[in-house]
Design a protein around this ligand. Structure first.
Ligand code: NDP
Ligand code: AKG
Ligand code: MG
Length: 418
């Protein structure tokens, strides 16, 4: 289609087959959103590092054609007032299938709703996948940070992130409260004046499509467990339903059977016969489990809000959100993105760690099947950290480290690709 402000560069489109596998040309066009705040600091080094890895891996045979698309403050500058998420940005992300984005600002309380959440919901990117692994030499509060090796599958389309909520004192809040009290027999709203109300939808379909990806990941990567994380003891029909639907899927689609009478289950990995345990842990207990007994967890499947909390907490165990990557995956469309936000106090200072966005791009390369280039990104990251040439977040915690800016850290990574 013709775009108003998006300049489509020379290159070819990634296309998607019926089974959601990709056809990746040698010169794919990849849309990117620079991002607000530190987006301006982390996106250019990401592009430079990825271009270098691709050139080193494939010479002139393959090259990404980056295509800027707009969202957040930059979109308002380009498209005009209130154009935070232009329709053509969503169209381009759909048309070109694989994209990457920097962080976007969301005001607390009033103002616009999260653009990050809007992108995930409007494109139905239902699985937020955030791997957490240790790079040798990264400063960590743990004695054995290398034991933390997990991936979070966070349900990305439901839960309280749907934004179905009413402001305290509003007509909407009052209507919902009147309905609950008058027609549903609810007597437990402790203070029904000046009371905000939110709704938390959790469905079988929404749960099972993300848990399916988590179990399949465990099979494909020979992992020994999938842990369902929920607060089903308190929220019985939402978080409890998530747990039940997850076990049901493991049984019906993957042949899992009860382990020692249940509720835990196990299945044989069809690829190698190894056992995969499907277990569940209540969310608050999980936050201490991952800290005290990290080796017992590998693949985690959880609801949207739990996944948000857990991904930042786990990132801290292996060095912080400065190097925590992520992907939002739907059927055929994917948007890779850093776990961190816009860190406004550092914006434009060429200071923060670009590692999170670079490692998100590394996931993107793997998703495209360009694993040789992805391996070089990991090699560059290991080399730069091993040489103690790091950004402020690591430098302040590492003995003998050499402080690098965002862009210099990217250059160090390129140097260490060999
Ligand atoms: N997906 C997205 O686009 C996300 C957007 N947001 C949005 O970002 C804005 C700010 O959110 P906030 O809660 O402050 O969280 P941020 O992740 O932006 O920042 C919190 C702290 O994390 C550290 N940090 C973040 N990014 C980096 C980095 N690249 N390198 C090193 N350290 C980093 C900094 O710690 P220190 O101060 O210790 O140096 C920073 O002060 C909000 O509008 C929020 O809604 C938040 C999360 C995700
Ligand atoms: O959308 C936001 O502003 C926050 C999103 C977030 O915290 C996350 O994606 O982890
Ligand atoms: Mg978060």
């Amino acid at each position: 289609m013709g775009y108003q402000h998006i300049q489509v560069p020379a290159g070819d489109k990634i296309t998607v087959n019926d089974d959601n596998s990709l056809n990746v040309p040698n010169n794919p066009i990849i849309p990117f959103i620079e991002g607000d705040g530190i987006g301006v600091d982390v996106t250019p080094p990401m592009i430079k590092v990825i271009d270098a890895a691709v050139a080193k891996a494939y010479g002139s045979e393959k090259k990404i054609s980056w295509m800027e698309v707009y969202c957040g403050e930059k979109a308002v500058n380009v498209y005009g007032a209130d154009q935070w998420l232009p329709e053509e940005t969503l169209e381009a992300i759909k048309e070109f299938s694989v994209s990457i984005k920097g962080p976007l600002t969301t005001p607390v309380g009033g103002g616009i709703r999260s653009l990050n959440v809007a992108i995930r919901q409007q494109l139905d990117l239902y699985s937020c996948e955030r791997p957490v692994r240790y790079f040798q030499g990264v400063p960590s509060p743990l004695k054995q940070p290398e034991l933390t090796d997990m991936i979070i599958f966070r349900e990305n389309s439901e839960d309280i992130y749907c934004g179905i909520e009413w402001q305290p004192g509003s007509e909407g809040a009052q209507k919902v409260i009147d309905f609950l009290q008058g027609e549903m027999g609810v007597q437990k709203i402790r203070f029904d004046k000046d009371c905000g109300i939110g709704i938390k939808p959790v469905s079988k379909e929404g749960t099972q499509r993300v848990v399916r990806r988590a179990v399949q990941y465990a099979i494909d990567h020979d992992k020994d467990s999938v842990t369902i994380v929920h607060k089903g003891n308190i929220m019985k029909f939402t978080e409890g339903a998530f747990k039940d639907y997850a076990y049901e899927l493991a049984r019906d689609e993957f042949g899992a059977e009860l382990l020692d009478g249940g509720p835990w289950m196990s299945l044989k990995n069809p690829k190698n016969g190894n056992t995969i345990v499907i277990k569940d842990v209540i969310a608050d207990a999980m936050l201490q489990q991952v800290l005290l007994r990290p080796a017992e967890y590998s693949v985690i499947a959880t609801l949207n809000l739990n996944g948000d909390y857990l991904s930042d907490a786990l990132a801290a165990q292996v060095g912080g959100i400065g190097i925590a990557p992520g992907a939002n995956i739907g059927d055929g469309i994917s948007v890779f993105e850093a776990t961190h936000g816009t860190a406004p106090k550092y914006a434009g200072q060429d200071k923060v760690n670009p590692g999170s966005l670079i490692l998100s791009a590394e996931m993107m390369l793997r998703h495209m099947g360009w694993s040789e280039a992805a391996d070089l990104v990991i090699k560059g990251m290991e080399g730069a950290i091993g040489a103690k040439t790091v950004t402020y977040d690591f430098e302040r915690l590492m003995d003998g480290a050499i402080l690098k800016s965002s862009s210099e850290f990217g250059d160090e990574m390129i140097k260490h690709m060999g």
